[in-house]
Design a protein around this ligand. Structure first.
Ligand code: GLY
Ligand code: MN
Length: 482
């Protein structure tokens, strides 16, 4: 947080994310607690600093992969000047911003991730031969003769630490760099987020992951697994904490920040009936023995790739009979989805396999007003979806819901290919006040979510090491709970 109440909303490129609600902006010259710099400070602040020898790091591991992605973009847009902004700060309130995170497409095409400098722009300048010269424009660090160095709380080195130099970034990313002040927007620019074709192209470019991305997703899942271990180990303390769901969130956050960049999305820590709210992130409830606690959480590692895992734990260590029945049915649905997932199969077939199990079992339990076959009818059915309203799978990568701008024929109706990474996450949710289910089911919500990689002949469960069956989950709690 800055202590300098000048206007800290950065100028430069517009945010590439959703529009911000109107906010109260302090006057640019708000001086109400600014201390004047006396002459002696101004005369001496630029002097007495050691030289900084230029560090030229070797190209990072992702650099050749990002170069190949840029080649694909260049080939798809001959003759066009393409502009892909990293995005800028988002105001939280007054002079406090949210932590900056680069736009995922910018990161994908530069290899610049948690260390990206806000307001940077990647530009593809068309060349005569239908190719492009690609330049990364960034605000390199100011030298110590400028006022920015000590007097700008948003970007000044005295406040936020040093920013990198152009030559260092060029060497690190294997990219030509230039100062952001040399970037000029031009008529006819094709701008990410504003141009539908470019936005779609770079989203679909992420459908099949390369070896670097797969390694990073493995790492994200591994760290996330340690975060889940932390939660299980601390279940007793979580139960004793009045807002135990917050304790779950905090324990996971610790792991996410210590080993990664943070969480890839807000952690869902949903105990008892809260588990039936699919994106319960308020997390202000108690974690009660006898209930289940559903934890949906993923670590985003420094490269910005994220895991997305859900486990549903019996708080007292063992499932009741009805909890186990619901849990194992969700697992049966997940296993059915795993069984059909392989190259050549439609993405939607994975969902349909899971839903067939959900329809079959809820019909058998007498919950549906129709047969399972009728419920599965594409036009007139869907009665079972009351208990699982969400999809079974989404692509996963730099975004938790990756490739969100891909066309439907490439996504839901698309064909699985080796290198794709997506979730399998069926659930069953019986709301506390749902009169269509027997009382013993009410308030039970279960989701089991794994992250899978499509291989040459099937799928690999990247999160297989995290206990998954009801028996494994009970043994996990027995082993780790202190
Ligand atoms: N992990 C939250 C979701 O997939 O929507
Ligand atoms: Mn998910």
């Amino acid at each position: 947080m800055s202590t300098n109440e000048t206007d800290t909303i950065a100028e430069g490129v517009a945010s590439t994310e959703t529009a911000q609600p109107p906010v109260e902006t302090p006057p640019a010259e708000n001086q109400n607690r600014k201390q004047p710099f006396p002459r002696g400070f101004l005369d001496t602040i630029s002097t007495g600093w050691a030289d900084r020898p230029e560090q030229l790091p070797p190209a990072r591991a992702q650099a050749p992969y990002a170069a190949a992605r840029r080649d694909a973009v260049s080939a798809a847009f001959p003759g066009k000047r393409l502009v892909l902004p990293a995005g800028t700060y988002k105001q939280r309130s007054n002079d406090t911003d949210y932590p900056f995170r680069a736009h995922s497409a910018f990161s994908h095409l530069t290899g610049w991730a948690s260390d990206s400098v806000p307001d940077s722009v990647l530009v593809f300048e068309p060349t005569g031969d239908q190719g492009h010269d690609v330049t990364l424009y960034l605000r390199e660090r100011a030298d110590r003769t400028t006022a920015e160095f000590y007097d700008d709380a948003t970007i000044g080195e005295f406040w936020i630490g040093p920013r990198p130099a152009l030559a260092g970034v060029a060497s690190d990313l294997g990219l030509q760099t230039a100062h952001i002040d040399d970037f000029d927007a031009r008529e006819g620019d094709v701008i990410l987020e504003k141009d539908a074709d470019l936005t779609r192209f770079v989203s679909e470019l992420r459908l099949v992951k390369d070896d670097y991305e797969i390694a990073q997703l493995r790492l994200a899942v591994e760290v996330t697994g340690r975060g889940f271990d932390d939660i299980v180990s601390d279940l007793d303390r979580i139960v004793e904490t009045p807002r135990g769901e917050r304790a779950v969130e905090g324990i996971f956050h610790h792991r996410a920040r210590v080993e990664g960049n943070g969480e890839g999305y807000d952690t869902i820590a949903a105990s008892g009936p809260h588990a039936c709210y699919l994106h319960w992130t308020r997390n202000d409830g108690a974690v009660v023995p006898g209930d289940l606690v559903l934890v949906d959480a993923g670590v985003e590692v420094d490269s910005l790739y994220t895991a997305d895992i859900t486990r549903t734990l019996p708080v007292s260590g063992t499932f009741t009979d009805v909890q186990r029945k619901v849990y194992e049915t969700v697992r049966e649905a997940a296993d059915a989805a795993f069984a059909v997932a392989k190259p050549g199969v439609k993405f939607r077939a994975v969902h349909e396999a899971a839903m067939a199990v959900i329809a079959q079992r809820t019909a058998e339990w007498g919950l549906l007003p129709v047969s399972a076959e009728e419920a599965l009818d594409a036009d007139r059915g869907g009665q079972h979806r009351r208990y699982m309203v969400h999809g079974t799978s989404h692509h996963l990568g730099l975004d938790v819901h990756d490739c969100a701008q891909a066309r439907r024929e490439m996504y839901y109706d698309g064909i699985l290919e080796p290198g794709m990474v997506f979730t399998i996450e069926p659930g069953l949710y019986f709301q506390i006040d749902d009169l269509t289910v027997p009382e013993e089911y009410r308030g039970i919500g279960v989701r089991i979510e794994d992250d899978v990689l499509v291989t040459e002949d099937g799928v690999e469960n990247l999160s297989a090491a995290i206990p998954r069956t009801a028996d494994e989950v009970e043994a996990w709690i027995a082993r780790l709970r202190s």
